[in-house]
Ligand binder design. Structure first.
Ligand SMILES: C[S@@+](CC[C@H](N)C(=O)[O-])C[C@H]1O[C@@H](n2cnc3c(N)ncnc32)[C@H](O)[C@@H]1O
Length: 216
């Protein structure tokens, strides 16, 4: 029974990351229809906020795989001017919009359903964030997906990626390999680790210069 359970969870997890978009959307909608992700209702102590607030410079943030609205409602309101959250799950986005309304941030926070492997936003950003969502990019696409989004960074803009590299004290190979790709292919400007609370690693980076920036 244990082996069957583990296999079902493994296949479901693989489909949530690598399946066709309609299936990923349906599986993520199911996830957010349960209480499984309710712990995200309070992540105010997370390591990511210090970096976001520093690099947003009161400007525009795009949050890819934004989930149910923690980042857009927990970041200091004075730290940003505009926020666009993108997620594959409409159920997550409905929660994010409700939280935003309750929090009086509708003038700043916008949400749109989209596929993070190739979303095309309508503007450029000071920060493009992947918070616990880079896991859903296949390892061999990390570079090309980031190159796609590099065209939507302002000239001084940065990517911020937050992931947990360890679980139960053991190093997880995929996030570690993803951070290696980033270190090799991009200019890392800042990095931080936190082992308490939610734990995790944050990497701040930008395209290697000179990056050909497309006119918008
Ligand atoms: C682990 S949750 C992280 C949520 C939030 N960023 C946070 O840190 O609390 C991963 C999020 O990525 C979204 N996601 C997964 N695959 C996606 C894809 N292909 N396109 C867009 N969103 C995706 C899921 O719906 C989910 O909200």
């Amino acid at each position: 029974m244990y082996i069957v359970d583990r296999s079902v969870r493994f296949i479901r997890g693989a489909l949530m990351s690598y399946g066709p978009s309609f299936l990923k959307r349906s599986l993520w909608d199911q996830e957010y229809s349960t209480s499984k992700w309710n712990f995200n209702d309070n992540t105010t102590s997370d390591i990511v906020y210090g970096y976001l607030e520093k690099w947003a410079k009161k400007g525009a943030i795009m949050d890819l795989g934004c989930g149910s609205g923690n980042t857009s409602n927990e970041i200091a309101e004075s730290a940003y001017g505009q926020y666009l959250g993108v997620d594959i799950s409409e159920v997550a986005l409905a929660k994010a919009r409700k939280r935003t309304q309750e929090n009086g941030r509708t003038a700043k926070n916008q949400f749109v359903q989209g596929e993070l492997l190739g979303f095309s936003p309508p503007q450029k950003f000071d920060v493009i964030l992947f918070r616990e969502s880079m896991y859903h990019v296949p390892l061999n696409k990390v570079k090309s997906v980031l190159e796609h989004y590099a065209d939507y960074l302002k000239p001084e803009g940065v990517f911020i990626v937050r992931m947990s590299k360890t679980q139960d004290g053991k190093e997880k190979w995929r996030p570690t390999a993803m951070f290696r790709v980033i270190e090799k292919e991009f200019d890392v400007v800042e990095e931080g680790e936190c082992s308490v609370g939610f734990g995790g690693t944050v990497m701040v980076f930008r395209p290697k210069s000179p990056h050909p920036i497309k006119a918008s």
